[in-house]
Structures are given as C-alpha cells and as structure tokens.
Design a protein around this ligand. Sequence first.
Ligand code: 3PG
Length: 332
Amino acid sequence: MPTIVPYTYEKKEEKSVYFTSFVKGMKVLIATQKPFAKQAVDGIVEILEGAGHTVVRLEKYTESEQLLAAVADVDALIVRSDKVTAEVMAAAPNLKIVVRAGAGYDNVDCATAKERGIVVMNTPGQNSNAVAELALAMMIFMSRNCFTPGTGCEVKGKTLAIHAYGNVGRLVGLKGKALGMNVIAYDPFVADNAVFENDGVERVESIEELYRRADFLSLHIPATPQTKGSIGYQLVMSMPKGATLVNTARKEVIDEAGLCRALAEREDLKYVSDVAPDCNDDMCQSFGKRVFSTPKKMGAETAEANINAGLAAARQIVDYFATGCTKFQVNR
Ligand code: 3PG
C-alpha cells in the first residue's frame, strides 16, 4: 500500500536540535481516563524505562483535580482524549512535552503549550485502521436496520463519499472499494492528485458535489475553529435518497440543530456516530433506528490501535529527550 499522507500533518523541516548527551531520568505520566490495553501500557513502560525514564500512571480518573495533582512534578505526559488545558499546564511547571497517543489533538490547548514552550505531538496514522474498520462496520450496521428484522440494503454498488482523505479517510476508501463501493473523496489539503489516482478513487472538487453524490458519507475532518459546526442542514439535505452520514471524526463538526432539522424533514436519511451528539436523547426519541451512536468513543478501542499509538508516543518521548527530535510536533 502506498505511503499515507496524514490529513493535518504538513511535512516540515525536521527540527534537529541534537543534544550533547541523552537526557535520562525524566518523569513521564500516562494519564488516561479511558485506559490503554494492558499490553500497550506494558510496552510503553518498557520503552520509557529502558531509556532511563520513570513512568507513573493515572487511569480511569473521574475528576480534573486528580489530573492537576498528578502532573505536578512530571516532565512528559501521554494522553488520549484527556483534556490538557491551560490549567493543567499551569499545574505542571516541569512539563516539557505532551504526546496525544492518537490523531486528533483538539483536546490539547496547543496555543498555551506553545507560549509555555511545551512541545505537543500526536501519533498520526497509528490508530487509523481501527477507526476505518469501525466506520465501515457502522455503515453496514445502519444499512441492515441496526441488526433488527426487516429488509435492509447492501453497500456494494453504493457511492461512498470520503470527507477528508487523510490516514483514516484513505483506509475507509480502500476498504470500501474492497466491498464493491464506488468511492469518491474530497480533500483540498491533499496537493497530489496521484494519491487519489493510485487508490482508484475519484477526487471531487467541491464539498457540495461530495454530499450530493453520497449514499454513505464518511466524515474524517478534524475539529478546528473552521470545521466546528460546519456540517449542517444544507449539506445533509443535499444527500441522495436513503443516504447515511457516518461520523467517526468529532461530534463538534456537526451542527446538531441543522442535522436534526434535516432528519425531521427527510425520513429517508440516517445518522451514525462514534460518540453521542449532545442532543442524543432527543434524536433517539424523534428518529428511532435512523440514528445510532456509541456510548463512548470507540473508534480507536482495539488492542492493536492502543499498542500502535501508545508505543509510538513512548518512542517519540524517548527520541525527544535523546535527540530533540520534533518530527510529530503539532504546535510549532
Ligand atoms: C483519535 O483522534 O486518535 C481518536 O479519536 C481516538 O481517540 P481515543 O484515544 O480517545 O480513543
């Protein structure tokens, strides 16, 4: 398979701040409300301790105060979707690096981190396959009426439209092709047409065209000030009869009021999402089996994704302290 270009990751000059000697003895906190699989934690500890650092863990915490207390003396932090706010950074005077073991880093206040000289990294691509598999599973689940009796439809021959052709979007596209779907994609941030051509995926030039043609629309845009609330009434209403919007990205990119209005006006449309929208109760009551959402974000909830992302995070921290490598920094 060709090399995957992450959606938000611009290939920049790697900063080569080579330290004169390896920095050892850093204290690294793994702070995960939603813990990694045991194998992943064991691997992270092995990598970090093997490089001479110490590891502490805060798992399944429920109060932000617990995180504030745990960061007091740490030099590095590994998180998942845990919120790393200005308050957390203020409580961590020694903090030098935060690695979000995963793709989306909207949970980290990158601007404050930059002001404080804290490097923020993600681990692009490491959990993409898990999310892509879930997106396809959700499409099939919805097309089979949430596995309840009744005649559903097949995904074969349907148009799968990918909104943002990064690591996850691309894998969804390739898997969709294997299922016999007609795959189209939109991503203004991918400069090279060959990325689409090599995958046998049709590139479309506008969001409007993407939604207008989508039997299944799979969302893979990050949550940014520009994208938040950007998917709403107009786009959803433009989708073909019987279409399904699949959101394994972030709930924040949806304009929930607009989506609900569209679902109310069009009884043929469906919405499935990895993590419930804020208006989930109302949605379920109003639209029944036309909507479904996971109770907790579970796109990356596989042992493989935990291991890939967790170990990558640990290696990135070791490299940073050893050589100053900032290849995956997202807050330059
Ligand atoms: C990501 O951005 O990598 C995914 O949403 C996974 O998030 P999680 O680590 O909280 O499961």
